[in-house]
Design a binder for this molecule. Sequence first.
Ligand SMILES: C[S@@+](CC[C@H](N)C(=O)[O-])C[C@H]1O[C@@H](n2cnc3c(N)ncnc32)[C@H](O)[C@@H]1O
Length: 234
Amino acid sequence: MSEERVSYGIYSPSVLGVLVFAIIACFLLYLLSNEALIRNIIKIIVIALAIITGLIFYGSSTPLRVKRSALLVEFASPKENSLMLDVGTGRGLVAISLAKACKKCKVIGIDTWDPITLSGVSGNTMENAIKNAEIEKVSKKVKFQKADARELPFENNTFDIVACHEVLDTLIVGRDEVLSEIHRVLKRGGKFVFSTAIAKFYLVWRLSKLGFKKFQFMRLGLREGPTGFVLCRK
Ligand SMILES: C[S@@+](CC[C@H](N)C(=O)[O-])C[C@H]1O[C@@H](n2cnc3c(N)ncnc32)[C@H](O)[C@@H]1O
């Protein structure tokens, strides 16, 4: 009998989609252009885009993403009875890692699982998240719920920890709404942990305005991906 394996999908399918589209567009421009200078510039752009795309694919492998989520959980250090929320859970990577870190804790993973986005098309579905939780034997501790992070269906001051992995940087609209919703549902003193490649000074400024405080940063090595982690408290 073949053993079922977890699969957590790739880092930001929408970013990858845009990069692949840009490479194809540049290639067409290259074919249409007669100017040597323009063709050389296009060549350099295509090489740069191809390198970025390759790095993202490398950073998207499941073992690497599992390792990263374990580091995020270690940084969040949940307690035995913590109630936690994973925002933009995808296939449940971080929700499942949080649940594995404690015996009695509870985790809710929310996502829009929008089927018409590249994320949905690539297999980020609630069914796959539930299946991964079953394979990892944490189904009793993890629940998944369809919800938009811009309007979280939870009472104020509900969660001890809110996690958000590889979501905020890829949001084109509504990042501030998501952050203020996370602040609202977090308990006073609760922790918000997330991954980001956004500059520290900007983050601290934005998050302080929303009421977050006590910032801690975890840098990742190049082998662990392009982002770092931030932990702040309400
Ligand atoms: C790159 S995936 C990351 C998934 C997961 N956190 C992980 O690390 O594997 C980004 C996820 O954010 C979800 N997402 C984007 N906007 C959202 C929103 N407004 N509310 C809830 N989820 C959202 C997408 O559906 C997608 O599953």
